[in-house]
Design a binder for this molecule. Structure first.
Ligand SMILES: NC(=O)c1ccc[n+]([C@@H]2O[C@H](COP(=O)([O-])OP(=O)(O)OC[C@H]3O[C@@H](n4cnc5c(N)ncnc54)[C@H](OP(=O)(O)O)[C@@H]3O)[C@@H](O)[C@H]2O)c1
Length: 342
């Protein structure tokens, strides 16, 4: 009888233990995957904050390593698209920190006015170069000539072109799309190529590439613009690896909305807010991060937004982005219609 019972019970117990064993294996694997994912997410989102905090604390612990931007990278900074918005902000912030500034933009009058303002305010040297990056290949020879003899320590690849307002790719004029490619992809690539050899010789330097929050996922209705900004991030991270051994820093800056003329198609984006600072406020923060982190949104509220957005899957972010761009397009078309009536 005893034998019979054991014979009956044992296989059931074995089955039970093997099922519970598999169950435990699955739950602990899921637990482990969850932990690793959370750790990677936190690392991805906090690494910039950690490296900025370490750099801020460094002077207290290693005062002998403390350096100004000019000591660390060199005395001259070149800024593309330097007469307005974020570029102008960078030029003024870097001059405030004692750097001499080379301004590059299209309009001679605006260049002279910005150069004079910087010289009067900060008593540093300035030089300006008229160049239209939408023209593509032909302008770099002229820029190279103009930069001869200037030891470029910092290059800010800021110049950028957006659509006139959000709309489908097929509705964008062909010339505008070439402009976007020549400016957003061409300028960052060929300006970097132009300054890197001398930076290598000096064994120091920094290249700051201004991307955009639109690089986070494909962005319907600003499709080509967002794709060029993804290019900038990819190029920056690769260049950072290539140039690290030559003591050259490459920083990718990924701003959210900033109040500048680039967003003038929307009245609501022209109002500064918690998530949309004026260009001067934005660049004060962004320049503060230079030399402290390789990748940054440049502004603290943009960092919070970026971190929260990344919690959602890409397909959802694309749909939400599409919806918001449609809203902006409608706002633009209504404003235009009202203007025509008046
Ligand atoms: N504003 C935002 O919300 C925002 C958000 C994310 C990323 N970004 C990025 O930040 C960068 C700066 O944007 P922003 O908003 O400051 O732009 P912005 O206010 O429109 O200023 C653009 C600057 O570039 C110059 N420029 C324009 N076209 C040029 C050309 N073909 N050749 C040479 N210079 C040219 C302009 O001067 P001239 O007209 O005198 O040439 C001006 O100095 C861009 O790369 C943009 O994609 C901006």
């Amino acid at each position: 009888m005893q034998l019979f019972t054991n014979f009956q019970v044992m296989p059931q117990a074995e089955t039970f233990f093997s099922i519970s064993g598999i169950y435990h294996l699955i739950t602990s694997s899921l637990y482990l995957i969850g932990l690793v994912s959370i750790a990677l997410f936190l690392y991805d989102n906090l690494k910039s904050l950690v490296s900025i905090s370490m750099a801020v604390l460094q002077p207290y612990f290693q005062p002998h390593l403390s350096q100004t931007l000019a000591d660390k990278f060199g005395k001259w900074a070149v800024i593309t698209g330097a007469t307005d918005g974020i570029g102008r902000g960078y030029a003024k912030e870097l001059a405030k920190r004692g750097l001499n500034i080379v301004l590059i933009s299209r309009s001679k009058e605006k260049l002279i006015a910005t150069a004079n303002e910087i010289e009067n305010l900060y008593k540093t040297k300035t030089k300006w170069i008229v160049a239209d990056f939408s023209k593509g290949k032909e302008i770099y020879k002229h820029i190279k000539q103009e930069l001869l003899g200037i030891p470029v320590g910092i290059l800010v690849n800021n110049v950028g072109r957006m659509y006139d307002y959000p709309d489908e790719l097929c509705n964008q004029p062909e010339d505008l799309l070439w402009e976007i490619i020549n400016i957003n992809i061409g300028a960052v690539t060929f300006m970097s190529r132009l300054v890197i050899p001398d930076m290598k010789k000096q064994r120091k330097g920094a290249i700051v590439n201004i991307s955009s929050g639109t690089e986070l996922q494909p962005a319907p209705l600003v499709a080509a613009y967002a794709a060029t900004k993804s290019y900038i991030r990819s190029l920056s991270l690769a260049m950072e690896c290539e140039l690290h051994e030559y003591n050259i820093t490459v920083q990718c800056v990924v701003p959210g909305f900033v109040v500048t003329k680039m967003n003038q198609f929307s009245e609501s984006l022209q109002q500064s807010s918690f998530f949309s600072p004026p260009a001067e406020t934005y660049t004060r923060w962004a320049v503060f991060t230079l030399g402290k982190t390789k990748e940054t949104t440049g502004y603290w509220t943009h960092a919070i937004a970026y971190c929260l957005i990344k919690l959602f899957p890409e397909w959802l972010r694309i749909r939400v982005g599409h919806f918001l761009s449609k809203q902006l397009r409608t706002e633009y078309l209504i404003t235009q219609a009202k203007r025509k009536i008046m």
